[in-house]
Design a protein around this ligand. Structure first.
Ligand SMILES: [Zn+2]
Length: 75
């Protein structure tokens, strides 16, 4: 399956091709410096699932609407 529009960000959930509606910012303190932010994208359906996955590990830092998300400089 080829994404018809490579500019359209899609959900990070496994097998999901839905457009991203949310950005989940996270950090794994074992491998990342504290200010580092990794991001996952989530559709409406998978936001809770992905947030819970990160949350139980203590990695989740922020959940932001995709249109309100601004990537840090240089990311
Ligand atoms: Zn999804």
């Amino acid at each position: 399956m080829i994404n018809p529009d490579p500019e359209t960000p899609i959900c990070s959930a496994k097998g999901c091709r839905a457009p991203a509606a949310w950005v989940l910012a996270w950090n794994n303190p074992k491998i990342h410096t504290p200010e580092r932010r990794k991001t996952w994208l989530a559709c409406e359906e998978h936001r809770e699932h992905l947030a819970q996955f990160l949350g139980v590990r203590g990695f989740l830092k922020d959940v932001v609407r995709f249109e309100e998300w601004e990537a840090p400089e240089g990311a």
